[in-house]
Design a protein around this ligand. Sequence first.
Ligand code: NAP
Length: 347
Amino acid sequence: MSQSESAALIAGYPLKAHNTFGFDVRAQFACRVEHEAQLMAAVRDPRAAALPRLVLGGGSNVVLTGDFPGLVLLVALRGRQLVREDDESWYVEAAAGEPWHEFVAWTLSQGLPGLENLALIPGTVGAAPIQNIGAYGLEMCERFASLRAVELATGAVVELDAEACQFGYRDSFFKRAGRDRYVITSVTFRLPKAWTPRAGYADLARELAARGEAHAQQPDAQAIFDAVVAVRRAKLPDPAVLGNAGSFFKNPVVEAVQFEALKAKEPELVSYVQQDGRVKLAAGWLIDRCGWKGRSIGAAAVHERQALVLVNRGGASGGDVLALAGAIQQDVLTRFGVELEAEPVCL
Ligand code: NAP
């Protein structure tokens, strides 16, 4: 049997294990994609050809508010390798279904530093460019070389560079015009041989300092990886234990004049000036200041240790989480005049 013939659509497929909030919803049809050829076989299947499609990797950046009335493609493509090197960089390719954190750990085990600040981010390699994942002063786009994707309308395999992906702050072409158009099948990263540590974020610097002076002064990539893992474990809920999708809101960026007015009213406002002169505000601080940390609506709650993370305490629906998010957005808008934008895709 050929790979394309082996694509199998499953009707009424349960998605609870495929979204990190753990919402108990179903897909009208689902297909587990282990080979590129299965993708087109699934979307061309007459039962699903006219239906909406949803691509799920780890399901770590999606809010499913109900059963999905279409075809869910469960991307399970695996494999990772060093594909080439030049004087400046190593190039490492990983299939879209590789778990992100395992991939980062593997690069370090191969002596290839550069992704360590992004340790323990939930989800898959294929999801990383969609969201342009970032943490502790590093964004994925800084290590990105290119990606391979299948265009679903034509079945064409394309290679897209950073410019085509239009990366922004927790954003890319794939969250906008490219949504549902392409399925990312692999990503190639460029890891610079002239590696320098990035340890400026306060939590990370504190953790490195707590681990001993040598690490704090001149941490190596493994020390940063270990410290990021420790900080994230201490602060962020494990989706396997408490359903969540990481940060629920983007950090808003406001004009300098609005920032000055806010700072005059709220002297403790946490903020970071951007290169373009605008100012990034810490969304978690704004939410906390409105008194939401630890509060809940039904089984949907704001995490006790990190106000930016909404959690499913058990039995919440996607609608419950959106109701909670809406109440938070309204309070932050009323108090600060700042609009919070959701980071996950809400369906
Ligand atoms: P934090 O250290 O408490 O800082 C709060 C916010 O201030 C962060 O969102 C961060 O913005 C910003 N910030 C802190 N230090 C900064 C610096 N030196 N320069 C510029 N901006 C600074 O944040 P946290 O919530 O514990 O998260 C730590 C890191 O992990 C952050 O980078 C965060 O984005 C990332 N993270 C991402 C997710 C996700 O789902 N996307 C979930 C958890 C954590 P930035 O967000 O722009 O870095």
